[in-house]
Write a protein that binds this ligand. Structure first.
Ligand code: CA
Length: 216
């Protein structure tokens, strides 16, 4: 899952990016509204954390222009907990809203909920035959038995599971699982898929030659 953070306070931006990477998200960052809008428009993020008070283009404008073309879930951050701002944010197409200072654990839970809702799920649990995925604890079980996955393997399984029934292209996977800090390791996807099949079953992930991967 890839998140874009648009925040002009350097310490907060760095802290959020570090915290989200520790939670195994891929993270891109932008320090002003123009850069944020550019990245949000040109990349498919799973969610965006958007500060309201930003240089160049404020969060409201970023949201308004983004909503002309994309439905990416947006969680807005503001220094003020004014009801007026919350109403304005929600009316402008924000999906959620948090006032600073906020609790990082709550931010994580809200991001999970946004990503889940945009995938059409109402719970943190995804069932795929004998395989169950808990997106809150990031635990995967098969036939009730825990299956240890690496962080990357988990991210791959979760992304395909949230898009089950769809063929996900390799470039989609690169876009959603790797961030601007990662080097592109093009063969690694095959290695991860092969390891996942060993752990969760040979037919858990189907390869569509020339198209990509799919969980049916
Ligand atoms: Ca700010």
């Amino acid at each position: 899952m890839k998140i874009l953070i648009v925040e002009d306070e350097p310490d907060l931006l760095a802290g959020l990016a570090r915290g989200l990477r520790e939670e195994e998200y891929a993270v891109d960052t932008a320090a002003d509204g123009e850069e944020g809008l550019y990245k949000a428009s040109n990349s498919d993020y799973d969610a965006i954390v958007l500060d309201v008070l930003l240089p160049r283009l404020d969060g409201w404008m970023v949201l308004e222009r983004l909503r002309e073309k994309k439905k990416t879930p947006v969680l807005m951050l503001t220094a003020r907990d004014a009801a007026r701002d919350r109403v304005r944010g929600l009316d402008a197409g924000a999906d959620d809203y948090m006032a600073k200072p906020f609790d990082f654990g709550e931010l994580l839970a809200r991001l999970r909920a946004l990503i889940r809702r945009s995938a059409g799920l109402t719970r943190n649990r995804i069932l795929l035959g004998a395989v169950a995925i808990d997106t809150a604890s990031r635990q995967v079980t098969r036939g009730g038995e825990p299956v240890p996955l690496t962080a990357r393997e988990y991210a791959l399984v979760e992304f395909l599971a949230l898009h089950r029934g769809e063929v996900v292209t390799r470039s989609d996977l690169y876009e959603h699982l790797f961030d601007e800090n990662d080097s592109t390791l093009s063969n690694l996807l095959d290695v991860h898929v092969s390891n996942i099949r060993k752990k969760l079953g040979a037919d858990f992930i189907v390869t569509r030659r020339g198209f990509g991967y799919c969980i049916e």
